[in-house]
Ligand binder design. Structure first.
Ligand code: BJW
Length: 247
């Protein structure tokens, strides 16, 4: 993609925006080798059943299976490095007066790319918490039991991510809604926009007159509502957009 491929109003909006909110999903990390969830061949949910792995009931039923699945994914994420899409967003942050990056991802790659204002809606896979007390746990004894036990209460440990049917961290969600409602420009990047409440955020921006731009190789339920949709990989589209706005 070349800088000349972007409409003038997009470039103008980026340069003049006082406030920009960005929602990212698994697609932004795909080029770092982190699998997405819903893509037909390569998505995690093509091979694994979310109801057996990403709900509190699944953990109660088979905590060892869930813990081991997340241990495998934690390893994948530890080996991944931020890609050109993550790095371009960090540069946007440095150029735009109010920039809020809202992510559904649990991989921490935006922070590793140097982005400062990141709101994590679905937690972070590198953190661990107690299933019983819902508090973050930093250290525990490795006794060989899987999952390990909470050193305070003896409850089972679990990843600090948000499973289906669980509420999102209230402060993160409040800040995300506030950013969506007050932005001039909202970018939805690499997300299928099917998981709520994250999927409602672009509509919060639209309802208050924000311009909506989507970056995704595929069509999503949001595409018809976006002022502009750029159908390509984030690692290609975002650096080109950055160069177009700030040559
Ligand atoms: C590229 C690319 C490239 C590829 N460049 N792009 C309102 C209406 C309907 C349902 C609900 C509702 N409110 C709540 C619900 C229920 C539920 C829900 O939304 N279900 C729907 C699926 C129907 N929501 C919840 O349960 C949430 N909790 C909640 O609302 O609490 C209140 C409540 C409590 C009790 C009862 C009812 C309400 C919690 C949701 C938690 C989601 N958790 C997961 C797992 C996190 C932990 C983990 O990592 O294992 O979060 S599920 C999974 O989906 C993960 C993701 O963050 C999330 C979103 O997926 P994402 O990021 O969009 O990925 P994909 O794979 O779907 O899409 C990737 C996209 O990238 C594709 O479009 C590609 O084309 C694109 N792409 N390469 C750019 N190079």
């Amino acid at each position: 993609m070349k800088p000349g491929d972007f409409p003038a109003e997009v470039i103008e909006k980026l340069r003049s925006a006082r406030s920009v909110a960005v929602l990212t999903g698994a697609g932004i990390s795909a080029e770092s080798g982190v699998p997405t969830f819903r893509e037909a061949q390569t998505g995690l949910w093509a091979r694994f059943n979310p109801e057996e792995l990403a709900t509190p009931a699944a953990f109660r039923r088979n905590p060892q299976l869930v813990w081991e699945w997340y241990a495998w994914r934690r390893q994948l994420v530890a080996q991944a490095v931020p890609n050109a899409g993550h790095r371009a967003l960090t540069e946007f942050e440095q150029r735009i007066p109010e920039f809020t990056l809202i992510t559904q991802n649990v991989d921490g790659l935006h922070q590793r790319a140097g982005c400062r204002r990141v709101i994590e809606l679905h937690g972070n896979i590198r953190r661990t918490k107690c299933f019983e007390e819902n508090v973050v746990v930093e250290t525990w004894d490795e006794t060989g039991e899987v999952p390990p036990r909470c050193p305070r209460c003896g409850g089972r440990l679990r990843p600090d991510v948000v499973w289906f049917e669980e509420t999102l961290p209230p402060e993160a969600l409040e800040k995300a809604i506030q950013a969506a409602q007050t932005c001039d420009l909202f970018l939805s990047i690499g997300t299928s926009t099917v998981v709520h409440p994250a999927a409602s955020l672009p509509y919060e921006a639209l309802d208050r007159g924000g311009m909506l731009i989507e970056v995704n190789p595929e069509i999503t339920p949001l595409t018809g509502n976006a002022r502009h949709s750029f159908h390509g990989p984030a690692g290609v589209v975002l650096p080109a957009l950055l160069r177009a706005a700030w040559p």
